[in-house]
Design a protein around this ligand. Structure first.
Ligand code: ATP
Ligand code: MG
Length: 384
């Protein structure tokens, strides 16, 4: 009797003609997530079976599968021969010691000697004979003994369904460039868009030496954590030190964040286009901070020429974002206290509702194109 994991996928069935491609991407993503762990993946009638792993790896396998988008649910099952005696032995093992239960049978092999109802009542009856502390309740069972008789002469017996990450397989919805700061919001934004099947590359802006190397390590850590959901990522790191110095020395300081944001968006779009990303993604949320008013967003958005900017957190409260951040495991890193570039040269009274015409007047004092080119030349790429 072997332990196996049944993986059921989620929205893939919606995708008609592309279904084969979706499934291939999905299978590759599962393989990537289980890299370094002994296992085999087999596809079988609309789901996957993970087999031949070491018992001691089961928790780590479940943890990794829990991060693969596209999985609707999974179950740990016992695999036996399609034979009533063997099925009964497995059913005894997945049966709780006491409580109300029912047996549910699915029979893909229509040539099996009993039909589904007969299998359920026969196995249920034998379980009752064995254990006086259990009783059948088909309407309100406390546990279910599931029996799946397959076409290849085997049967799977299991009791629990674990919820999968849902969503679409990463790699089936194009590629986006996530502007990742060291904060709480941007990793959550990246996770949400990856869940819809998008490959995520990241870009981070720093102001070294005004920001320190720990701030950089923190962002690398966040991108790495995000990459466990996105089947890897590429982190682009760009210095905006010169840009911040120039804004500080030449422009009205109250516009520091507004103008810096515009530079970030310009640089992010340029690098996104160079590496084939089809949109920008930010962790902005309306009215969360001074720069995230609709006027602030208008100002930063207006320099983006071609790509759409996705802001999945726009309508979220900070509490909701924190809850997600904890759930995906980035929160503890995000709250480490190292400074992001935006806090360097921070004005006492930043403009909260910048008028685009005023921003343009300030920005005219700078060599915008030259500064963008210079920043892009500092690009460093880390594969995670
Ligand atoms: P976060 O928690 O993601 O840092 P925040 O609440 O601190 O967000 P802001 O600092 O206003 O908000 O940043 C808004 C968005 O701009 C971020 O979510 C991120 O997408 C982008 N951003 C801000 N700073 C940086 C940076 N240093 N590098 C890359 N992107 C950045
Ligand atoms: Mg931030």
């Amino acid at each position: 009797m072997d332990r196996v994991i049944i993986v059921r996928y989620s929205e893939l069935h919606l995708k008609g003609k592309n279904r084969g491609w979706f499934e291939r991407v999905f299978a590759v993503n599962m393989e990537k997530s289980l890299k370094g762990i002994k296992h085999e993946i087999h596809r079988h009638s609309g789901r996957y079976l993970i087999e031949n792993f070491c018992e001691s790896d089961i928790d780590i396998i479940l943890d990794r599968l829990g991060k693969v988008f596209g999985i609707h649910s999974f179950s740990v099952a016992l695999k036996v021969g399609a034979d009533m005696a063997e099925i009964f032995e497995a059913a005894k093992q997945v049966c709780f010691g006491k409580g109300k239960f029912k047996v549910e049978t699915h029979r893909a092999d229509k040539t099996f000697c009993l039909n589904s109802m007969q299998v359920s009542s026969e196995i249920g009856g034998r379980l009752l004979d064995e254990n006086p502390l259990i009783k059948v309740d088909v309407h309100n069972p406390e546990f279910i003994v599931n029996i799946d008789i397959r076409e290849n002469g085997t049967a799977l017996v299991f009791n629990e369904f674990f919820k999968g990450a849902g969503g679409m397989p990463v790699g089936t919805s194009g590629k986006g460039m996530l502007l990742i700061s060291g904060g709480i919001d941007s990793p959550v934004a990246g996770h949400m868009i990856a869940k819809r099947g998008m490959t995520i590359d990241c870009i981070h802006f720093h102001s070294y030496p005004y920001t320190n190397l720990q701030a950089r390590e923190k962002v690398i850590g966040l991108a790495k954590q995000l990459s466990t959901y996105t089947c890897g990522t590429t982190l682009n790191i760009v210095s905006v030190t010169k840009i911040q110095e120039q804004i500080h020395s030449k422009c009205n300081g109250d516009y520091m964040i507004t103008i810096l944001r515009r530079f970030m968006m310009r640089i992010a779009e340029r690098i996104a286009l160079d590496c084939g990303a089809q949109c920008l993604i930010t962790g902005e949320s309306i009215a969360q901070v001074a720069s995230q008013t609709v006027e602030g967003i208008t100002s930063s958005n207006s320099v983006v020429k071609v790509l759409p900017v996705l802001r999945p957190l726009c309508g979220f409260d900070k509490d909701e974002i924190i809850e997600r951040s904890r759930a995906i495991g980035t929160y503890q890193t995000s709250i480490e206290p190292y400074e992001d570039c935006c806090t360097v040269f921070l004005p006492k009274h930043p403009v909260t509702r910048p008028k685009l015409c005023d921003v343009l007047v300030e920005e005219e004092k700078l060599d915008v194109q030259g500064l963008v080119d210079e920043a892009v030349s500092t690009l460093e790429i880390i594969s995670l």
